[in-house]
Unconditional design. Structure first.
Lengths: 266, 959
């Protein structure tokens, strides 16, 4: 249980203090929630709330760079933030929570029911990190999710301004954890599909993308069957639904998003 | 040291900076910043403004508040000086149980400070982080309009609710609930606000096993810890066998538990109670207790419980306090007789059979159903399964107890103060005059606080330690260690003719009571007794069996078993109409009861005894059905623009009761005070629904005195007289009628005294507004002040005090119909409730705005029960979604876009000023209305709760 709080004044001070028994606290909606494991295991909590330079939103050359401590509500309210990211931020239904939760914190928590990571992955968002050694590095959100340095501090996230990205979220209630959040983006190389599948993880559906690339008019039934038998997808029965249901939902949603983003409404 | 500004004043705190901001605010006395979710960031009771922005104070570290400006809800205005926003919430009727009403007021204040003219969407957004379980959200929109009116013109223009009975000044009128200013302003109101500084904390060690013997408990390490006062286990505590249901004594529930048992029967069952100087010390001590369990095979469903050779949840001795069967010794010989099992004591026979895990049973009916089915043109037969649901009151269960001059003083958040006193008397051995129960304001009950779930152990801890003790459930404990809604399997067979008439109905109800039998008979019985009397049918039969299992306990829940029975019956009726090719509405209108119809079916549906056979009294059922059909445009098909979305409509007729005739009992005492004002001492337990206001209103209209001259003191076992409590929709009818009797008796005394003082005849006296008596003969008048002043002058006849006691055999049954329009996505299974209309006959709605809010609240809650609320147990009986987010409850985002509550004006012959109950019935309609609408939309019958997208897809054959 933590017994020390560091109110870091700069990203450099924050990363300098980071070690195995220290935890970054951004908005606090994850680390401070329900006595989280992360907070329970930590000796030191490093609050980023007073870190300089992490709350700006800048637009440049068709890209928007968002400071990691920008709250979800700032994303919703900023004129610079693209509408697809606002839509994802609004998946967090509680305004009070949106006032607290940050884009950096949500990415760093790597939750399998993340509100925004599928959208960021689909949009090809990049991130600037400050490593423990004080070095700034650039990475893609997808890379960070797979193998990101958890001791590094997320400084900012950069997303394309005008990209076409659409998302769909399924949850029992607006405040419940989502069983599936999926996003599709239309880029130079076709449609990209990413998702957050509860208790499975944050996934890039490259096989589905390939199928759609090969046959843009592929039938829904074929997609459903493809996902149904996919051995690389480790869904299981749990309180969010059966393995069968989740696979079906992934397939139908991928099919729908693909149709919608390519202008062939289902 | 942390320095910040709280409500405009600079404050410094010597606090560990890793503690939560809320803890720091409590140190500052801002106790209206409450906790409903153990820092989950869900319910919003802990909302404050941090540098002008609403945040959850439990998710902010104290150190992060350094240099910040904090605004808390108690800064907005006190109960004597409410702000415009607070007043609007009070006037709109949303301040009911109100545990987080101050937080809601803060959010609305913040909204208007930042946006003086908010839209409906803005209000929805502002309130999106606050969970309201009692009143729903619809009247918050009205409150917003009232605020706008007030700001713009200085007065309200928006109608809050319709008013009734123009000849009366208080009854049926929109006026503030009398405890609302206290609640909305965040004044001391709840148990936690009355805890003394030297109080010890109690925590409970709970079982990790669903079924096990507790063979040994080593508490030595725990007891050796500094600060630990006492560790209570089954080996050093009271041996009294009782049960937790707060019901009329003798109860129709088996006594089958002790304070702490040597056998645990569910994950979360009590193993030990630890009392320590601080909460941290108590928790630390709990972790040091070593328990030797002997795990046993468990049963979790009624199917498992009824199976041949199933493990027995209770396997000790059976005892009857009355009506023991002749072969009891023989029966007991078949049980294990293991001392660790304890015993099961029936107050009178309930047809229990613990050798087969049956806690209670009931069977009966009228006519000949077999013949009726033979004569039918079509018969449907289906099974409907309901789920285990938690009440989720904002205020989790809490109790504070202390000793004063040899008496136990218990501050309780309860629906049943007198039953709390009785049960504490049983476990401590103290006589009832040595126990004083003070019911504080109750931050949400919904039936869960009809069970004595924490008061027994807390009071016992004070009794054995002599120390003040506080116990407060965590949110997880609410799920695993409280009462819940019984899961039920309702099997219905129904036959009908081509003309739409129903020939026969058979119901087989198998209910899961969990490990203990509190409310075992009464809750499931309501699945028949509050549903079958809707039907004008001569052939009806029911078989009701309640099984013990090792799930978390079940108990009372708003609606009792009625929502489940209604779900089964109304779904089956819709299926029958479909099979016969008859319009469902026509079938409903052809078969529902009307005033005067003799309800023979009730004979077998008493609570463990013969029921009252009565004719249907006032009945607004037909009007409710017709009104709702008109509103929802029954029969008119709605087509979606999106071919994936199919739209359908459904409805259900509903009924409940108004207390238990022949069982319930209420008392009130009305006193004329020395300045002519009135104090009413009521035994009633207002749980936020406005019962105290009802008592004040009926008193006001009977005694012709303004509401502000009446004070109601209720729920205090020392100052009031016995009342069975607030359950079974009894409050308005029983406690309200007791107040009517007391006020009427006081009126007679006042008239008599005035006549005496004027030296005239009492029959020439009349009572007049505002609190005076006039002679019809001479025109002379005496104010109440003059009357009581003379009466208590020393030469007068003394204080005017009048008791009122109410019992009855009469039934006042509320009726109604709930309507839903849903959209179903046939490719994803998603369900949207687009419209929901609750049309109800509540007799005279004494508090119309509060009544509407309760209809919205209960309807929204039951929409949640229907679509997603469900306690999920793993294979070992552990609840895997024991928090608010994982469990899932309806909030403002889940409200139907078109949501209406309508009161049908019916005057009842027996209710106080014609009133009947209002809130509980509103839990009954959603499931069948939505289920039938789903069928109308996409052709599938969803025969189990929750009606999930996955079930839709399975029924559609998509998966």
């Amino acid at each position: 249980m933590a017994n020390q709080l560091l109110m870091a004044k700069s990203p450099e001070e924050a990363v300098a203090a980071k070690n195995a028994s220290a935890v970054f606290v951004a908005g606090g909606t994850e680390v401070n929630r329900l006595g989280s494991d992360a907070a329970a295991a930590a000796d030191t909590l490093i609050s980023l709330k007073k870190c300089a330079g992490l709350k700006d939103i800048e637009e440049d050359a068709g890209f928007v760079t968002i400071g990691s401590m920008c709250t979800f509500q700032q994303l919703v309210e900023s004129e610079k933030v693209p509408s697809y990211l606002k839509e994802a931020a609004l998946f967090m239904a509680s305004r009070t929570k949106r006032n607290m939760a940050t884009i950096g914190g949500n990415i760093a928590s790597k939750r399998s029911d993340s509100y925004i990571i599928p959208t960021l992955m689909a949009a090809g968002a990049s991130m600037k990190l400050l490593t423990a050694g004080g070095k700034e590095v650039k990475t893609w959100v997808g890379e960070y999710i797979d193998e990101g340095d958890s001791d590094a501090l997320i400084i900012s996230v950069t997303v394309p301004k005008d990209m076409k990205v659409i998302s769909k979220r399924y949850a029992n209630t607006a405040q419940s954890h989502a069983v599936l959040t999926m996003s599709a983006a239309l880029g130079e190389h076709g449609v990209r599909l990413d998702g957050a599948v509860k208790n499975v993880g944050l996934l890039h559906f490259c096989d589905l993308e390939a199928t759609f690339r090969e046959d843009p008019d592929v039938s829904e039934d074929k997609i459903i069957e493809m996902v149904r038998v996919c051995t690389g997808l480790h869904t299981a029965d749990d309180m969010f639904g059966s393995d069968e249901y989740k696979r079906y939902l992934i397939a139908v949603t991928a099919y729908d998003l693909h149709k919608r983003i390519t202008g062939k409404e289902v | 040291m942390i320095t910040c500004t709280i409500n405009g004043k600079k404050r410094s705190f010597d606090i560990d900076p890793t503690r939560r901001l809320r803890e720091m605010l409590l140190m500052n006395g801002n106790f209206a910043v409450r906790d409903s979710d153990d820092a989950e960031g869900f319910c919003g009771s802990d909302t404050v403004l941090l540098d002008g922005t609403p945040v959850f104070s439990n998710l902010i570290l104290a150190g992060e508040a350094e240099g910040c400006e904090i605004v808390t809800p108690d800064s907005l205005g006190d109960s004597m000086h409410l702000s415009v926003v607070q007043q609007a919430l009070v006037d709109a009727g949303v301040v009911q149980s109100a545990y987080n009403a101050p937080a809601a007021a803060l959010l609305m204040t913040w909204l208007f400070e930042n946006n003086p003219n908010p839209t409906r969407e803005d209000v929805k957004d502002a309130l999106s982080g606050i969970f309201i379980r009692d009143a729903g959200y619809e009247h918050y929109y009205i409150a917003a309009e009232l605020i706008k009116d007030k700001i713009a013109t200085g007065e309200y223009k928006t109608e809050i609710a319709p008013e009734f009975r123009p000849q009366l000044k208080a009854v049926g009128k929109v006026m503030p609930k009398i405890d609302a200013p206290q609640l909305v302003s965040g004044e001391r109101a709840f148990v936690e606000d009355y805890v003394d500084a030297d109080t010890c904390y109690m925590v409970v060690l709970r079982s990790p096993y669903a079924h096990a013997y507790v063979n040994k408990i080593d508490t030595s390490k725990a007891e050796a810890l500094p600060g630990v006062v006492k560790v209570i286990t089954a080996y050093n505590c009271s041996d009294a066998t009782y049960m937790s249901a707060g019901q009329g004594n003798p109860e129709p529930s088996p006594h089958d538990r002790k304070l702490l048992n040597k056998k645990v029967r569910h994950v979360g069952d009590r193993v030990a109670a630890i009392v320590a100087e601080t909460l941290e010390e108590a928790i630390k001590a709990r972790d040091l207790i070593e328990v030797e369990y002997e795990p046993l095979e468990a049963v979790f469903t009624v199917e498992e419980a009824m199976a041949e050779g199933a493990p027995l949840v209770h396997n000790g001795r059976v005892q009857y306090n009355a009506g023991a069967p002749d072969d009891l010794d023989e029966y007991n010989a078949k049980l294990s007789g293991d001392e660790r099992e304890g015993k099961v004591v029936y107050q009178f026979p309930l047809h229990g059979d613990i050798l087969h895990n049956v806690a209670a049973a009931n069977h009966g009916g009228i006519g000949d159903v077999d013949k009726a089915f033979e004569e039918a043109d079509a018969v449907v037969e289906a099974t409907y399964q309901t789920s285990q649901i938690q009440h989720t009151p904002l205020e989790t269960h809490i109790c504070f107890s202390k000793l004063e001059n040899g008496r136990l003083i218990i501050y309780a958040s309860t629906q049943v103060p007198y039953h709390v006193r009785r049960i504490v008397s049983w476990v401590t051995g103290l006589s009832e005059n040595k126990i004083h129960v003070i019911k504080t304001r109750v931050g949400g009950g919904y039936g869960s606080k009809q069970d004595i779930l924490v008061e027994d152990l807390t009071a016992y801890a004070t009794f054995v330690t002599g120390r003040p003790v506080l116990y407060h459930n965590t949110r997880e404990e609410e799920f695993i260690a409280n009462s819940t809604r019984h899961p039920m399997r309702v099997h219905v067979k129904m036959g009908g003719k081509k003309d739409g008439s129903i020939t026969g109905i058979y119901m087989k109800v198998d209910a899961n009571t969990g490990p203990y039998g509190n409310h075992a008979l009464t809750v499931p019985m309501n699945s028949c007794s509050k549903t079958l009397p809707l039907f004008k049918c001569d052939n009806m039969k029911y078989d009701l069996t309640i099984y013990y299992t090792n799930t978390p306990p079940a108990g009372a829940y708003q609606g009792y078993g009625t929502p489940k029975g209604t779900y089964g019956l109304m779904m089956a009726m819709c299926e029958l109409a479909d099979k016969l090719g008859v319009d469902y509405k026509d079938m409903v209108l052809k078969n529902h009861v009307e005033e005067g119809y003799m309800l023979e079916i009730l004979r077998g549906l008493g609570e463990g005894r013969e029921g009252n056979v009565v004719p249907v009294g006032s009945c607004g059922l037909r009007e409710a059905v017709e009104k709702g059909c008109e509103m929802i445009e029954w029969g008119k098909h709605v087509e979606s623009d999106d071919p994936d979305w199919k739209i359908g409509k459904g409805f259900a007729m509903i009924m409940q009761g108004s207390g238990l005739p022949g069982l319930d009992h209420a008392n009130a005492i009305a006193k004329l005070e020395m300045d002519g004002s009135i104090i009413v001492l009521s035994g009633a337990a207002d749980i936020g629904t406005g019962l105290d206001t009802i008592i004040a209103k009926v008193t006001s209209d009977i005694l012709c005195i303004p509401m502000d001259k009446i004070t109601v003191l209720s729920g205090d076992t020392d100052s009031g007289a016995f009342d069975t409590g607030s359950y079974a929709s009894s409050g308005t009818f029983f406690s309200g009628n007791a107040a009517v009797v007391a006020a009427t008796n006081l009126k007679e005394k006042i008239l008599d005294e005035a006549a005496y003082q004027l030296e005239e005849d009492a029959e020439d006296m009349e009572i007049r507004w505002p609190g005076e008596v006039a002679s019809k003969k001479t025109g002379k008048t005496l104010s109440f002040y003059e009357i009581i002043h003379t009466a208590t002058s020393g030469t007068g006849r003394g204080h005017l005090i009048a008791p009122g006691s109410f019992t009855t055999a009469a039934s006042s049954v509320p009726y109604g119909a709930h309507f839903a329009q849903v959209a179903v996505n046939v490719r994803t299974g998603e369900i949207k409730v687009q419209k929901f209309y609750a049309i109800q006959d509540a007799g005279t709605p004494i508090n119309p705005e509060a009544a509407l809010c309760q209809m919205y609240g209960a309807s929204l809650k039951s929409i949640g029960h229907t679509l997603y609320e469900d306690m999920i147990l793993d294979k070992d009986g552990r609840c895997v979604n024991a928090n608010m987010t994982d469990y899932g409850v309806p909030m403002i985002s889940e409200q139907p876009d078109d949501f209406k509550a309508v009161l049908i004006d019916v005057n009842d012959a027996h209710g106080p000023f014609g009133a009947k109950s209002i809130s509980e019935i509103a839990c009954n309609g959603a499931a069948p209305a939505i289920g039938n609408a789903i069928h109308d939309a996409c052709g599938v019958w969803i025969r189990s709760w929750p009606m999930t997208p996955e079930k839709i897809l399975r029924e559609l054959g998509r998966i």
